[in-house]
Design a protein around this ligand. Structure first.
Ligand code: NAP
Ligand code: F7E
Length: 325
C-alpha cells in the first residue's frame, strides 16, 4: 500500500517541492489548505503537481479542524510547513504569528498523540531561532538560541514542543533547523525574490528603482528543491532527531544584488538600488552560516546547488515571467 503524507503549507514555497518529491516516491499526498476567498495554486502549477494532491480543509489556529483531519486521514507522515513565515511582518502581527507558528504546532502534535501516535512528524524549524548567535561564526545543533523577532520566538516554542512530545510520549518527531532556502517560487516579499523580480522588471523597462533595507545582513542561502530532501530523509531515519540544514557558505544581501544584476546582464547595480528605511527591521539577525555536518553524516544529505546557480535560476525564471506577459 502507498505511504500517505499530510503536508501543511502546501501552497507556499516548500510545500510544492516536497509534494513533488513524495509523489515521485509513490506517496499519496494530502495538502492542507485554509479557507481563502481566492486561493492561488500557482506554485503547485509551476511544479505541475496540483491535480495529484488531495486537498483537505483546516487551519493551524483551529484545533478541532486538525483533530478531525488527523483522525480521518491517519497519515504515515506529517510535514508541518504551515506558518506566518515572514519575519518582517511578525512585529506587527505578533499574536497571529504565535497562534499559527507556536500554538498550531501544539494542536497538531496533540491530534497525532490522540488519534494517530505512529504518525511521524516533521517540524519546519529555522535558523531564525539562533538570531544574534553567540557562536564561532557558524551555527549547529549545539548553538544557543537567541531569537530576534516574534517569528523566531514562536519557532523556538514549536521546536521545544516537538522535542517534548518525543521525550514525553515517545512520538517520532523531528525538527529540521533549515537555513534560508529559495527558488523561483519563493514569496515575493523575501529579499531574494524581491531582488530577482525587481531586476526582471528593470530589465523589461517596468521599473527603474529597487528599494531595499539592510544590504549587510549575511545569510546561508540554498535551493528549496535540495532542502525538501533533507525533510524526507529525517522521517526515514531509524530514530527521530533534530538536524541543521544549510550550505555552509554565506553571502551578504549586497552580494545577492550584485550577482542578480550581473545574471540579467545589467551593469551598474548602484544606479538602481535605493536604501529605504521602511525595509529595515527593529532587530536584525546579522550573520547566519550553517554547519550541517550531522545531517551530512547521519542522513547522507548534501546541498547540490551553488549560490551562483541559485541566483541565475531565480533571475531567469523572473525574466521569463515578464517576457511571457
Ligand atoms: P511560505 O511560502 O510562507 O508558506 C507558508 C504556508 O503556510 C502557506 O501556504 C500558508 O498558506 C500556510 N499557512 C499560513 N497560515 C496558515 C494557517 N493558519 N493555517 C494553515 N496554513 C497556513 O513558507 P516556506 O518558505 O514554504 O516555508 C515553509 C516552512 O518552513 C515555514 O514554516 C517556514 O517558517 C519554515 N522555514 C522556511 C525557511 C525558508 O528559508 N524558506 C527556512 C526555515 C524555516 P496560504 O498560502 O493560505 O497563506
Ligand atoms: O530577509 C534583509 C533582511 O525576509 C533576509 C524566512 O523564510 O528565512 C527567511 O527569513 C535578510 C534580512 O528572510 C530587505 O533585513 C534587506 O536580514 O529574505 P528575508 P529572513 O528574514 O532571513 C528564515 C530562515 C525563515 O525561517 C523565514 O521564514 O535581508 N533585507 N532588504 C530585506 N529583507 C526583505 N524581506 N526585504 C528587503 O527589502
Amino acid at each position: 500500500m502507498a505511504k500517505t503524507a499530510l503536508i501543511t503549507g502546501i501552497l507556499g514555497q516548500d510545500g510544492p517541492y516536497l509534494a513533488k518529491l513524495l509523489l515521485e516516491k509513490g506517496y499519496k499526498v494530502y495538502g492542507l489548505i485554509r479557507r481563502y476567498s481566492n486561493p492561488t495554486f500557482d506554485n503547485l502549477d509551476f511544479l505541475g503537481v496540483t491535480k495529484k494532491i488531495e486537498f483537505v480543509d483546516g487551519d493551524m489556529t483551529d484545533e478541532s479542524s486538525l483533530l478531525h483531519l488527523i483522525k480521518r486521514t491517519m497519515p504515515d507522515e506529517v510535514y508541518n510547513l504551515a506558518a506566518q513565515s515572514f519575519v518582517g511582518a511578525s512585529w506587527q502581527q505578533a499574536k497571529l504569528t504565535t497562534e499559527i507558528n507556536a500554538l498550531g504546532v501544539l494542536y497538531l502534535l496533540n491530534a497525532i498523540k490522540f488519534f494517530s501516535p505512529t504518525t511521524k512528524f516533521y517540524q519546519a524549524s529555522t535558523s531564525e531561532m539562533f538570531g544574534i548567535s553567540h557562536d564561532k561564526g557558524f551555527q549547529d545543533e549545539n548553538t544557543i538560541f537567541h531569537p530576534r523577532s516574534p517569528y523566531g520566538i514562536s519557532k523556538v516554542y514549536a521546536y521545544w514542543m516537538t522535542v517534548n512530545f518525543r521525550e514525553s510520549y515517545d512520538l517520532f518527531t523531528c525538527n529540521g533547523i533549515l537555513f534560508n532556502h529559495e527558488s523561483p517560487i519563493r514569496g515575493i516579499q523575501f529579499v531574494t525574490r524581491k531582488i530577482t523580480d525587481g531586476v526582471a522588471q528593470i530589465k523589461n523597462g517596468l521599473a527603474d528603482k529597487l528599494h531595499l533595507g539592510n544590504l549587510d545582513a549575511r545569510r546561508d542561502w540554498g535551493f528549496a528543491g535540495d532542502y525538501v530532501e533533507a525533510m524526507y530523509l529525517m522521517l526515514q531515519h531509524k530514530t527521530p532527531d533534530d538536524y541543521v540544514v544549510g550550505t555552509g557558505e554565506n553571502h551578504s544581501v549586497k552580494d545577492f544584488v550584485v550577482e542578480a544584476f550581473s545574471a540579467a546582464g545589467i551593469p551598474d547595480w548602484e544606479k538602481y538600488v535605493v536604501i529605504d528605511a521602511r525595509f529595515k527591521r527593529p532587530a536584525e539577525v546579522p550573520n547566519l552560516k550553517a554547519r550541517a555536518s550531522k545531517a551530512e553524516k547521519q542522513l547522507g544529505w548534501k546541498t547540490k546547488t551553488s549560490f551562483k546557480d541559485l541566483v541565475k535560476m531565480m533571475v531567469e525564471a523572473d525574466l521569463k515571467r515578464y517576457e511571457a506577459k
